[in-house]
Design a protein around this ligand. Structure first.
Ligand SMILES: Nc1ncnc2c1ncn2[C@@H]1O[C@H](COP(=O)(O)OP(=O)(O)OP(=O)(O)O)[C@@H](O)[C@H]1O
Ligand SMILES: O=C(O)c1ccc[n+]([C@@H]2O[C@H](COP(=O)([O-])O)[C@@H](O)[C@H]2O)c1
Length: 203
């Protein structure tokens, strides 16, 4: 009998974010990484309590989760996980990755992060362990320098994605001022923000 080869591992992208709201910058980054790294799936993971944003007002987790579901629903390669929301407490990516590895024993994990988040990664909880839990992929983001200086060799890949100068902060500010967010966020997310009166001073 010939030697048996192990089945190829699934390649699972992980896009963590506060997604308050999710916008086309997030979606393009995930889509581009999926294509360049031949990912089978990208799971979007909205944060429960983003502890490094504790000085900011963050929308209810259920609203951020539902906007993420609406934004990703049309792409069969995209899914959304509630693990960070349901775990409770402060959200640490080390926990996210440990839980996803336990749920996906047949998969290699690729954590997708923008240049701004990547530059802060050594301040994250259990930072030294992160690179053994997943391969990190840093993507370009307008206004930020993409670098892996100080990060473990081989633990991070840096790639260029189409530049979309969109941030959730800008989307929230625009809604608060009565300016449109059409085409910055998916249409269903515009409708959801309106329906739930998010980001309005009287909301
Ligand atoms: N326009 C963009 N291009 C590439 N990556 C992005 C872009 N916007 C956000 N990201 C990345 O997506 C992840 C989640 O980002 P997050 O939900 O904090 O959005 P944000 O727009 O940075 O929000 P905020 O303005 O509220 O800080 C982070 O890794 C971030 O770097
Ligand atoms: O693990 C940490 O300590 C940590 C600190 C800050 C951010 N993160 C993760 O980085 C991702 C982007 O975070 P944010 O707050 O920029 O939306 C998201 O998945 C967060 O859980 C993780």
């Amino acid at each position: 009998m010939g030697a048996q080869t192990a089945p190829a591992k699934r390649r699972l992208g992980v896009m963590g974010g506060t997604f308050d709201p999710i916008h086309h910058g997030h979606l393009v980054a995930a889509s581009e990484v999926a294509a360049q790294f031949h990912l089978d799936e990208v799971v979007f993971v909205p944060t429960g309590q983003p502890w490094q944003k504790s000085h900011k007002k963050v929308s209810l987790a259920e609203d951020r989760y539902l906007m993420t579901v609406i934004a990703t629903a049309s792409n069969p390669q995209f899914s959304v996980s509630r693990i960070d929301i349901d775990r409770g407490g402060k959200t640490y990516t080390a926990d996210t990755l440990r839980d996803l590895r336990a749920e996906n024993k047949d998969a290699d994990l690729f954590f997708i992060t923008g240049a701004d988040a990547l530059s802060q990664i050594l301040t994250w909880h259990d930072a030294a362990e992160l690179f053994s839990l997943a391969h990190f992929i840093g993507v370009t983001r307008p206004g930020h320098i993409l670098t892996d200086v100080g990060l473990p060799e081989g633990g991070v890949s840096l790639i260029e994605v189409p530049a979309l100068a969109i941030s959730s902060t800008d989307c929230r500010d625009r809604v608060a001022q009565g300016d449109p967010v059409w085409y910055l966020v998916p249409d269903g997310v515009v409708r959801y923000i309106d329906k739930r009166k998010l980001y309005r001073d009287d909301g």
